[in-house]
Design a protein. Structure first.
Length: 154
């Protein structure tokens, strides 16, 4: 199976854009991004997922790293427009580089959904640190797993 590539671009000093296409309707992609039971099937080694999917609602994910360490991420939703748009804040429990603002836009043409994720980091240094730590490589793996899940759900 040939996979769609994940296109990653660094924009400005503090932003990363990730785009990928999935052969699935955007309603299904949106559900996979926002439903805890589906997140557990593709997003890293997910220990727990809590999402209050509404403007002002909070979310929290806990993942287990290969070394066994658990890492929590959390934030709140600023915009929720199913199935096309989410804007949320992001923080880490074990590290405080400042707030990340993540905008996710889903668009569909002929049964193919384009996922466009724009992450704005508090500083250029934080973005650089995460890129060097392998954030982009992990994203490729996550979205490959999402593609596999979407194929099963179709």
């Amino acid at each position: 199976m040939t996979r769609e590539p994940l296109h990653i671009t660094l924009e400005g000093e503090r932003t990363i854009r990730m785009c990928r296409r999935f052969k699935a309707p955007r309603e299904l992609v949106f559900s996979a991004l926002t439903t805890p039971a589906l997140l557990r099937r593709w997003y890293a080694e997910l220990v727990s997922a809590e999402l209050d999917l509404r403007v002002g609602g909070n979310w929290r994910l806990v993942t287990r790293r290969p070394d066994g360490r658990e890492i929590g991420q959390y934030g709140s939703f600023r915009e929720v427009e199913p199935p096309s748009r989410l804007i949320q804040t992001e923080h880490w429990e074990d590290w405080d580089p400042g707030e990340v603002l993540v905008t996710t836009v889903l668009s569909e043409t002929a049964g193919v959904t384009t996922l466009d994720v724009l992450s704005e980091f508090p500083t250029a240094a934080v973005r650089e640190m995460l890129v060097k730590a392998g954030m982009n490589d992990e994203s490729v793996t996550h979205y490959d797993r999402l593609e596999d899940l979407l194929a099963k759900l179709e």
